[in-house]
Design a protein around this ligand. Structure first.
Ligand code: NAP
Length: 303
């Protein structure tokens, strides 16, 4: 159910499930972005509680990451916890709108740069690596007016396209869905399982700037806790297997993404966006790592 009514029903009726209590993740490593707070921190905490050997907290602000590490270490003294700085806004591009930069371009670049390590580990260990994107139901809710522009990303950098309220955030989450589907089509699931999970509406720091009374009421009545939000990402990143490659996962089930994504027009947008994104990333991030990642991809996609 992708509509706003369906969203309300799901928030009220669905009961998110944690990872199985007997699951052990020893000898495994996870890198969790945005893990100093909110759902990311909860993901790290739950992975540690399942005995994962190593966690990389990839955070924008190192001091916040160090505080999160100290807190996690109290309950998981055996886990090797590292803090790495990751600012998804920091690579050498100028002029990109922030939602597009952080949720799409920065995230797309990170996903490419992680691929070679995930692939080589998969070959060594004979087990697929995992790449799970933080997706959202709001990708259904955008008119995505920029879709017909000759260059979608260039149009999205023009202020006249930003749209009201949350529209741009919603569109950036749609770009994310296009990106992870195309990436999955170009990567072998036997090496890396790529998927995207919607954590529903969670009372994290994400909505910290919305103090409207309606929002406060919805937050109180409907929102899941960050702990529950983490159940969704970990279900996608740990429990779901090869069948979830390229899939959008909602309420812990593989679910169809928006009608636009599945339509012939959506398939064309997906390829166009892929090409535009690679072009921008190549211009902004000259370097062997990106070239190596791109070289490891399959040439043609069949989503
Ligand atoms: N909460 C929801 O209802 C909901 C619903 C659907 C999808 N999601 C998605 O789930 C993910 C986690 O959301 P959340 O609710 O846990 O949000 P949150 O509590 O606001 O946490 C966001 C995290 O992302 C980090 N971050 C922000 N900008 C960054 C940048 N430029 N580079 C690197 N890190 C950056 C923040 O770091 P700082 O502490 O330094 O700001 C923070 O650690 C997001 O992708 C969100 O879109 C959330």
């Amino acid at each position: 159910m992708g509509g706003q009514f369906g969203f309300l029903v799901n928030q009220i009726t669905f009961k998110p499930k944690p990872l199985p209590s007997d699951l052990q993740l020893d000898k495994q490593t996870a890198l969790v972005t945005g893990s100093n707070v909110g759902i990311g921190l909860e993901c790290a905490r739950q992975l540690a509680s399942h005995g994962i050997s190593r966690i990389v907290l990839a955070v924008r602000t190192l001091t916040k990451g160090e505080s999160a590490k100290s807190e996690l270490a109290k309950s998981a003294p055996k886990c090797d916890i590292e803090v790495w700085q990751l600012d998804l806004e920091s690579f050498e591009t100028t002029g990109h709108e922030t939602n597009v930069q952080v949720n799409h371009l920065g995230t797309a670049l990170l996903s490419l740069l992680l691929l070679p390590a995930l692939q080589s580990n998969a070959k060594k260990l004979g087990v697929s690596g995992r790449l799970t994107f933080a997706s959202s139901e709001v990708h259904f809710w955008t008119p995505f007016k920029e879709q017909s522009a000759p260059n979608i990303l260039a149009r999205m950098d023009e202020e006249s396209s930003f749209g009201p309220s949350m529209e741009r955030y919603n569109t950036s989450k749609l770009l994310n869905v296009f990106w992870f589907r195309e990436l999955a089509a170009r990567v072998d699931a036997g090496e890396v399982i790529v998927n995207g999970a919607n954590p529903g509406f969670c009372a994290s720091e994400l909505h910290r700037h919305d103090s409207s009374p309606l929002f406060q009421i919805l937050n109180k009545l409907l929102a899941w806790t960050p702990e529950q939000g983490a159940y969704f990402f970990l279900d996608a990143a740990v429990t779901k297997k090869e069948a979830s490659h390229g899939a959008y996962i909602q309420e812990q089930k593989i679910t169809e993404p928006s009608a636009l994504v599945l339509s012939p027009k959506g398939k064309e947008i997906q390829k166009r966006l892929w090409a535009e994104t690679l072009e921008l990333l190549k211009k902004a991030c000259l370097g062997a790592s990106l070239d190596e990642a791109i070289a490891s991809l399959k040439a043609e996609s069949t989503p």
